[in-house]
Design a protein around this ligand. Sequence first.
Ligand SMILES: Cc1cc2nc3c(=O)[nH]c(=O)nc-3n(C[C@H](O)[C@H](O)[C@H](O)COP(=O)(O)OP(=O)(O)OC[C@H]3O[C@@H](n4cnc5c(N)ncnc54)[C@H](O)[C@@H]3O)c2cc1C
Length: 380
Amino acid sequence: MESMAHYDVIVAGVGAMGAATCYELARRGTRVLGLEQFDIPHHLGSSTGFSRMIRMAYYEHPDYVPLLRRAYELWDDLESASGQKLLHITGGLYMGPPDGGVVSGSLASARQHGLPHELLDRSQIAERFPQFQLPGDWAALYEPRAGFLLPEKVIAAYADLALHAGAEIHGREPVLDWQAGAKGITVRTPRGEYAASHLVFTGGAWTSSLLRDLGIELKVTRQVMGWVWPREPERFSLGHFPVWAIDNPAGGLDYGFPLHPENPGLKIAHHAPGQPADPNNVIRDPLPADEQTFRPALRQYLPTADGPLLSLRTCLYTNSPDHHFIIDRHPRHERVTIACGFSGHGFKFASVVGEVLADLATSGKTELPIGFLGLRRFLG
Ligand SMILES: Cc1cc2nc3c(=O)[nH]c(=O)nc-3n(C[C@H](O)[C@H](O)[C@H](O)COP(=O)(O)OP(=O)(O)OC[C@H]3O[C@@H](n4cnc5c(N)ncnc54)[C@H](O)[C@@H]3O)c2cc1C
């Protein structure tokens, strides 16, 4: 035990949430060790695919909006600290039946929190965004502050800044086992054992194998993203085309991004839990049928973008039972904090989740309003 390296906090999993947490802890002067089973960054988890949408008029629930306000501030800080462009503001257009979850939910968040927005009817959408072909009775909410983040670059920037601020981060070193006691925690990896005062789990799709006794079902699903080349590319370029989402009457949501050189082509995907998957044994190579997850929506709603396929990639969702995040102390171990179940919409929050987890790990509490994301809602 004497020879074991000791840290204030160990962060298990250095993906989006873990990298942000390592940075937040290191810049506060906390002695932190980040352990990642793969490379940093990598394409085997939930944070791959070159772009992640960020928006504030949150149709999922208005309670997320205060966290998003803080997330935007912290994304600005990250850009300043790293000297890199990591967030593109493009405006966001959320379309569907006026009483559908996407338009009415976004409107509820925008009104409750006084967010800048415009409600557009079908003819206004056609005039301003002629790229879309929509049913006559649809509406849209336009939000000027929406845009997209560059996920791989964000993770690399957080890890780099954390290391420069004094964090220790080990890639290719999986956490095999952990134990929590009254005096501290120990973590075992193939390279050795480490001790710490606190442990933060940010294991994404692998959370259930690290937290076997949590008693909450986290369903991992295989998701597909596609890139196509539109017929009139200038109409889809950055600066001329927003990030967008369509409330698909057949279920789920179709969404996409403007053209961006990070990966060539117009990115589109379908947001709804895909095929259940084991993260250690998932078919990561795209299959020909994967194109059908987004091609019908492209044909129907964005006909001039219905061009040749450039790329297909896969990624993993970790779905909580109610599709809301889980951020809390472990119910039986007060020295253990958990952040998981981001259910396909967590990346935009990574900056603020890093701050929240650093607060919880160092002081046991946070000023940020995360009560609605607690484990109590499942455990009674
Ligand atoms: C196709 C797709 C599109 C998405 N689009 C959006 C979007 O537009 N906007 C948005 O906000 N969100 C979006 N999301 C969701 C968002 O990307 C995720 O919520 C977010 O990336 C989750 O971050 P994470 O840190 O939990 O997971 P990850 O970034 O996967 O990190 C978890 C890390 O833990 C590591 N790990 C696990 N177990 C161990 C272990 N035992 N030892 C060491 N390391 C371990 C993993 O290797 C991994 O690096 C999307 C997700 C997908 C899949």
